[in-house]
Design a protein around this ligand. Structure first.
Ligand code: ATP
Ligand code: MG
Ligand code: MG
Length: 600
């Protein structure tokens, strides 16, 4: 494979590795504080990234960008990428989501298992560490229990133009803070009565540094730790600690966390440094250096889809789609069912690159990557999507012969298969016109065309029903013109049609999926919209995003295993649906057409 184009995060990693920045870190395979790690072996990975989803929903195309970036860097530089469930919030998290995330990352082709390391972690396993670290902040004078109401705390925080004001509880003694925090942990207080805050600077121009909350009381059952805890850390406190405990070197996240970076650094510094207390005791050194560094990149935005969790939930819950794995949804389970190839996502991630500027990527680019990957990997098969009978009147009734079709025109090593040919065939309805339009080269009375891999036929007429609809096309074949024989080129024709033997093919359900939304920016105001008009993204659903048809397929498709992908010649790339296919009776989904029909 070609050497990937570089981007600023790759450059940072390369520079850090060249400088040996993380070469002295020690690793014991399980998280531990610096003191315990003094005798642990050196961490030979040197690059450690992580993908840290919160298990509160299904992964979408935006997550794929982050997965490819984090796991891809680890792959490229011989590092490790951890899969970490960021499950510090007891509400909304669920095992169902954990399982689907594991499936999706594996499906994309990445692994968190390397050698003797299985780097799958749960942030909730660090709750004891986090509490100990919070108490350390209290002891060293960097945290306090605030007993104001949520509203008071919010009001006291100030605004962009106005500094915050100190909480009346900011000057509590260490002893009182420690006592209160322990009683918070013991369950003595109701939700919302006290919080633990970092003590930084209420006048900081960065509002995130105005004594951010780090713990709150939540009497809630956590999906893993159960009722063991009734205080839970806030994400901004938990995340840097998770990174540090796991020896993460480069903590890559999306741009909205840029303003949190000073707190990330502040916190890890407070835990790593050593402090001499009033009684002369020296404490600290809880984390080893160098500390992980946070690096932000811009998130993926795509035209013709919505990636916001709230909107995805609405689409599923209101029944606009058939569930989280609906092939039209931009979820990874949806993409998988639709027939998108994981390699297509990896190519896409490489193509869009990584930067700090907000960008809106055209959905057509993702489709192009899918086409490119499947054009290489997918075997060709024949399907007639809108079948019309064709009768070869000079071909003996009951006779059958085999034609040879290549499985891949550019890859002869994939071999050929035989396709049965007989007197009655299915062709596409659009491949016949009784009265041809200008330039039409396919079948019309008097014209000749090639039945691909078989013979040249001359159209002699058609049959119609009482309403004048064409029910069959009549032809005569030219016996000396069979493909692959010396006479194949003896007659030159312009049209080249695909077909399926009526006696040998089989009817199957095929779903023609298209984009879920009809406009690039669903729900956005458009030129000419009346003042004050509120458009909902639901108004922009594409009414033709799914069409279910009965197609005629060549017999070789009958045993297509679920998830096998094919190019149906002249139509596009299709997959055997992994849910509805039955042995001997596959159902196919169209992943993407052969050509882009959306760009103007
Ligand atoms: P929410 O915060 O609403 O739960 P989320 O999309 O941020 O949604 P996480 O589970 O926190 O969900 O995301 C896991 C990782 O995926 C994070 O590191 C996040 O930055 C990254 N990520 C999420 N959305 C995108 C996106 N559109 N583009 C790139 N990365 C993304
Ligand atoms: Mg998420
Ligand atoms: Mg998030």
């Amino acid at each position: 494979t070609a050497h990937p184009a570089s981007h600023f995060i790759r450059t940072i990693v390369e520079t850090d590795l060249a400088a040996g920045k993380f070469a002295t870190r020690r690793w014991r395979g399980t998280p531990g504080a610096a003191a315990e790690q003094a005798t642990a072996p050196l961490d030979t990975a040197r690059l450690r990234t992580r993908f840290p989803p919160e298990p509160n929903g299904y992964l979408h195309f935006g997550h794929a960008k982050s997965i490819c970036l984090n796991f891809g860097l680890a792959e490229q530089f011989g590092g490790r990428c951890h899969l970490r469930f960021d499950d510090t919030n007891p509400a909304k998290e669920d095992q169902e989501y954990v399982d689907s995330i594991i499936d999706a990352v594996r499906w994309l082709g990445f692994s968190w298992e390397q050698g003797d390391e299985t780097n799958l972690y749960h942030a909730s396993d660090y709750f004891a560490w986090m509490l100990a670290f919070a108490e350390h902040l209290i002891v060293t004078g960097h945290a306090y229990v605030d007993s104001q109401s949520a509203d008071e705390i919010r009001a006291g925080r100030g605004t962009l133009t106005q500094p915050g004001v100190d909480s009346p509880f900011r000057t509590r003694s260490r002893e009182e803070n420690l006592d209160l925090f322990r009683r918070m942990q013991a369950g003595e207080f109701a939700d919302g009565t006290h919080v633990l805050r970092a003590k930084i600077d209420m006048a900081s121009p960065n509002i995130n540094l105005r004594d951010p909350l780090i713990y709150r009381i939540r009497h809630a059952t956590h999906h893993r730790s159960g009722d063991r805890y009734c205080v839970y850390p806030l994400y901004t406190f938990a995340h840097p600690i998770e990174d540090a405990l796991e020896n993460i070197t480069h903590s890559i996240c999306t741009l909205e966390f840029e303003d949190q970076r000073p707190f990330y650094d502040w916190l890890l510094e407070r835990l790593a440094e050593t402090t001499t207390l009033a009684d002369g005791r020296s404490v600290g050194g809880l984390l080893q250096r160098p500390l992980p560094q946070q690096i932000e990149f811009s998130r993926l935005n795509l035209t013709y889809v919505v990636l916001s969790k709230r909107k995805l939930i609405q689409l599923v819950e209101e029944g606009h789609v058939d569930g989280w794995d609906d092939p039209r949804l931009p979820t990874l389970v949806g993409a998988r069912r639709r027939g998108y190839a994981p390699e297509g996502f990896r190519l896409f991630a490489e193509r869009i690159g990584v930067s700090k500027s907000d960008s809106l990527i055209d959905f057509a680019l993702l489709e192009d990557c899918q086409r490119e990957v499947m054009n290489e990997s997918a075997e060709r098969r024949i399907a007639v999507l809108d079948p019309l009978k064709l009768v070869i009147t000079n071909y003996p009734e009951g006779q059958r012969e085999e034609c040879s079709a290549p499985n891949h025109p550019q890859q002869p090593e994939l071999g050929t298969r035989s396709v049965p040919f007989g007197r009655e065939l299915w062709i596409e309805r659009e491949d016949f016109m009784e009265v041809p339009s200008k330039g039409y080269r396919r079948l019309f009375p008097g014209n000749m065309a090639r039945l691909r891999y078989a013979y040249v036929v001359r159209c002699t007429g058609c049959e119609k029903d009482a309403d004048g609809n064409v029910t069959a096309v009549l032809c005569e074949y030219l016996p000396e013109t069979k493909s692959g024989t010396p006479g194949a080129d003896s007659v030159k024709v312009k049209g080249n049609l695909h077909w399926v033997s009526a006696a040998d093919g089989f009817a199957a359900e095929v779903r023609l999926y298209d984009r879920l939304f009809a406009v690039p920016a669903p729900g956005a105001r458009r030129e000419g919209d009346a003042e004050g008009l509120e458009r909902s993204f639901l108004d922009d659903l594409n009414p033709n995003s799914r069409q279910t048809i009965t197609a005629q397929l060549e017999p070789a498709l009958r045993d297509a295993p679920a998830e096998a992908r094919f190019q149906f010649e002249r139509h596009g790339y299709f997959v055997a649906d992994r849910v509805d296919s039955r042995p001997g009776a596959p159902v196919f989904n169209r992943a993407v057409t052969l050509k882009d029909s959306w760009s103007k």
